[in-house]
Structures are given as structure tokens and as C-alpha cells.
Design a protein around this ligand. Structure first.
Ligand SMILES: *[C@@H]1O[C@H](CO)[C@@H](O)[C@H](O)[C@H]1NC(C)=O
Ligand SMILES: *[C@@H]1O[C@H](CO)[C@@H](O)[C@H](O)[C@H]1NC(C)=O
Length: 183
């Protein structure tokens, strides 16, 4: 299998299928005690918004690692509909030390940055997060993900996190296809 680097990205990025009118929501006071060091490492995608960048991609995972400059490398991996491995490298930065769960993701130079915030996580089992891109002054795109440290996650917990994301405006999450995954 060959590897393909996508310009657009997988988890935590970027444009949802249906842009909305208005401004990106700002994060509430969820998880202001967020500890990025506990969030590092590998996560499996359980559910996601229907973003064009992840169309047909299965077996998606994200790996977060801390760089010496304090930024975070985000490596998103998956398998596309042709069976090729796809990998996307992103850099995330904490914008405000008082809100460490709120990250800014550089997609590519000159493009609008995606904001990315962790709504709820216990670091060891699950995470739910939202990403928003302000596409124009009055148009934004909101996406959400549910991640897990293991390839599957308790159904009741997934339901709870799905409902939580719905209260933040993220609806119609798709379930990650993990049939035949080797990761
Ligand atoms: C995650 O990334 C780090 C740093 O690049 C690497 O050492 C580690 O092996 C990766 N973990 C997985 C599960 O890919
Ligand atoms: C972060 O990504 C850069 C560029 O891909 C790489 O050179 C560096 O080793 C990575 N650092 C960590 C801690 O993963």
C-alpha cells in the first residue's frame, strides 16, 4: 500500500459538508483543567462529522505528540476507499494558557486556522471534541469527533457524548468504519 499525504485533513479538521451562517461558537468553560500531557498519544476515531476531507476514509486514528517548542504535532491516519494509507500532519497550539483545551490548528500557510477544543475527556478512555473554521466573516463550519483509546467504546458512553456534542450544535455524526482495520 502506498501512503498519500492529503492537503486537507482528517481528525480535528476542517470543513464540514454544510457551512452555517454566523460566527464560530466560542468554547465554554468545559475542561479548563485540561492537561495536554495526559492527552498525548494515540486515539481511535469512534464517530465523526461528515467532512469532505474524511469522505470514504476508514480506520481513522489520531496521534498527538508534544514538541520541544510547546506546540503539538497531530498525525491523523486512515485508509481511503482505494485501500491506500492516508496520513495528515498538522500542528496545533494552545492559544490561551487559561484555556488549555482550546487549540488552534494550522492547516496550511495562508488558510484560515481551525479552532479545536476538547469538550470532555478522561484522558484514558474517551474524548469528545469540536472543530470550527470561520470560512468567511459570516460563514463557519462546525465539526465534531468522539475518540477512544481503544478501537471500540462503550455504547452508552458514545450515546452520552453524542448528545453532549448535539448540545454544542454538532449533529449527524457518522460512525467510523473499522472493518478490516489492521491498526
Ligand atoms: C505517536 O507519535 C509519537 C511521536 O512521533 C511516536 O513516538 C509514537 O510511536 C506514535 N504512536 C503511535 C501509536 O503511532
Ligand atoms: C513533529 O513533526 C515534525 C515534522 O513532521 C517532526 O520533524 C518532529 O520530529 C515531530 N516531533 C514530535 C515530537 O513528534
Amino acid at each position: 500500500m502506498k501512503s498519500i499525504i492529503l492537503i486537507s485533513a482528517l481528525i480535528g479538521c476542517c470543513f464540514a459538508a454544510t457551512p452555517k451562517i454566523g460566527k464560530c461558537p466560542t468554547p465554554g468553560d468545559e475542561k479548563t483543567d485540561f492537561e495536554v500531557s495526559r492527552y498525548l498519544g494515540r486515539w481511535y476515531e469512534i464517530k465523526r462529522s461528515d467532512t469532505p476531507s474524511e469522505k470514504g476514509v476508514k480506520c481513522s486514528t489520531a496521534n498527538y505528540s508534544l514538541r520541544s517548542d510547546g506546540k503539538i504535532n497531530v498525525t491523523n491516519s486512515g485508509v481511503n476507499s482505494e485501500g491506500d494509507n492516508v496520513v495528515v500532519y498538522l500542528t496545533a497550539s494552545i492559544v490561551n494558557p487559561d484555556q488549555p483545551n482550546f487549540l488552534s490548528v494550522e492547516i496550511f500557510p495562508g488558510a484560515p486556522t481551525a479552532s479545536y477544543w476538547v469538550i470532555k475527556t478522561d484522558y484514558e478512555t474517551y474524548s469528545s471534541l469540536i472543530s470550527c473554521v470561520q470560512i468567511t466573516a459570516d460563514m463557519y463550519s462546525l465539526s465534531g469527533w468522539i475518540l477512544s483509546r481503544t478501537p471500540t467504546l462503550d455504547v452508552a458512553l458514545v450515546d452520552e457524548l453524542t448528545k453532549l456534542l448535539e448540545t454544542k450544535g454538532v449533529t449527524e455524526l457518522l460512525t467510523n468504519d473499522r472493518t478490516g482495520c489492521t491498526n
